[in-house]
Design a protein around this ligand. Structure first.
Ligand SMILES: [Ca+2]
Ligand SMILES: [Ca+2]
Length: 217
């Protein structure tokens, strides 16, 4: 009887120990937290899980970069350890609100810039897989335009949405670009030939109408 009690107690201790060990290993492998940034304000607005199991975060950094706030892109491994980080911007406010991992393995970030363009403008930054800037584009007029969201479109281009302030009137603003961030414009040189052709067609039609009326008379 004594041996049976001893066996059961040992088994219970073994099961409890194993269970706590499994829970401990699971908890340590599944849950963690990390902070990024130094003495000034850093704020993340967008997060994607990357194809290697890590993460990419975008927002702004004030502690470093070119001045004031800059776009900040942070790439981590699966445990949140920084693999690399990059800032993009000029002397004034540059704030990234949205990030996508692009089909070529790089990243595209959008937000607004006060360092480039006219006043506040949409700013689209495209990087390679290591965060090196490949190109950037600003969009906007004399008013304030702030991009808040972007997607890579099925044709390889980008669509950006945000708000556009004209006077006191704030509205949605959606723009579509090609794969280089360029908004194709209708070529102005086409307008004059089109007008000439339309004028010729109108003249010929008018002459034929006049001839037909003369024949009928
Ligand atoms: Ca800046
Ligand atoms: Ca502007």
């Amino acid at each position: 009887m004594q041996c049976r009690k001893l066996f059961l107690s040992s088994m219970l201790i073994f099961v409890l120990f194993s269970f706590s060990l499994i829970i401990s290993v699971w908890a340590s492998s599944m849950m963690w937290s990390q902070t990024y940034g130094t003495e000034e304000a850093e704020m993340a607005y967008s997060l994607v899980e990357t194809s290697d199991g890590g993460y990419a975060l975008a927002g702004y950094a004030e502690s470093f970069g070119a001045g004031s706030k800059d776009f900040w892109l942070v790439k981590t491994d699966a445990d949140g350890n920084i693999e690399w980080e990059m800032t993009y911007g000029g002397a004034l406010h540059d704030i990234a609100f949205s990030l996508v991992a692009t089909s070529d393995g790089g990243y595209a970030l959008t937000g607004y810039t006060n360092s480039f363009g006219a006043g506040l403008d949409f700013w689209l930054v495209k990087t390679d897989a290591n965060g090196n800037m490949e190109w950037n584009q600003t969009y906007g007029g004399a008013g304030d335009e702030r991009a808040k969201s972007l997607v890579e479109t099925s044709d390889g281009g980008y669509a950006l949405a945000g708000n556009k302030l004209s006077g006191a009137d704030m509205n949605f603003w959606l723009i579509k670009t090609d794969e280089h961030g360029i908004i194709p414009e209708f070529p102005s040189w086409v307008i004059l030939p089109l007008l000439l052709v339309a004028t010729l067609v109108a003249i010929i039609y008018k002459q034929r109408l006049q001839k037909r009326q003369a024949c009928n008379n």
